[in-house]
Design a protein around this ligand. Sequence first.
Ligand code: SF4
Length: 373
Amino acid sequence: MKVGFQHMGNLHIALAAFIGNIGCDVVLGPKPNKETLNTGVKYAPELVCLPFKVTLGDLFQSLKKGADTLVFIGGGDWSCRFGYYGRIQCSILKKFGYEFKPLFVSSENTKSVASQILKLNNNSWTITLKNVLRAFTLAWHKSKLVNLTEELARRTRPFEIEKGGASKLEREFLKTIEEENSIYKLRRMKQKIKESFFSIKENSTFEPLRILIVGESYCVIEPFVNFDLIEYLGGQGALAEPFLTAHQWLFYHALRKDEGSNLSKEKAKKLAEPFWAYGTGGEDQVSIGHAINAARQGFDGIIHLMPFSCMPETAALPVFEKISKLYSIPFLNFSLDEYSSPTGFYTRIEAFLDCLMLRRKKIFNKSPILSSP
Ligand code: SF4
């Protein structure tokens, strides 16, 4: 069974480890790129949201590389379009003559997914349990290390004396984590990752701008659609914190486990409740909670990323604007689609950073520019 699935940030590292260890071959296309987007745009309904288009193009790439089974994550009930992503993408791909077996992974389909895994392991419960346990442990360690690497890169970049070191280390470690299949070696890698990032020379007196990134999950996590926003901000001397990472997304949706966030989903939802009583799809309510938390913690600004025509985030937009006024925290919104360009995107970010710096200087008489590395 040759299994393909879609990318979202570095999520594929853990997913490939899991799927590859339960008896399948993983067949993935390249990470999302211009070609993926163009293919998705060509075959997707015109007004559907951007993640649908990019992930559709991504699945075309897996099929072209020989996948005979496609995993569709979240094919069940959902309060926004995500609920029917899988079924519609599946029918579009079939319409173009591709022969493949769809595997819809959602809480409603656990029985059928379990029986597929059992079949792959000669219908033996003993082999299945053994393989699933190993696959899960491997995926868990990889995902945690990916999260740690991304976090250390994020936190190091603004302070670097020589720019580029953190990004280089990040790329190297992600590659090593992806290729390593020994749980023992992965366990020992944590210390090495920490030591390597800590050895990068930093300007310890620099006080970077702190920016929270909120919005729709795919836009926050996938660097291709957000034009590598986190790396870009780090390079500009700003400390960027996404409200959600690929690791947190995966383990929350798979196990309802709040992983490595300083604000749990439940707490974020509680904070948001006076403004947004319940989630309408996506991560709207959690994003709002994180925005309030960031304002209270003295962040310098909030960047909100959403796909053009995203129903939940469009509805939540006035709430973010209200929070921005109420807590006096600058807020910048981006509505992304296939026509968004990095030039326009970075120009607006630069102007936003300039405003934040001037604001900080005015309020605290403290300039991050003066002490910049
Ligand atoms: S959250 Fe928005 S972008 Fe994501 S699937 Fe739902 S409507 Fe589309």
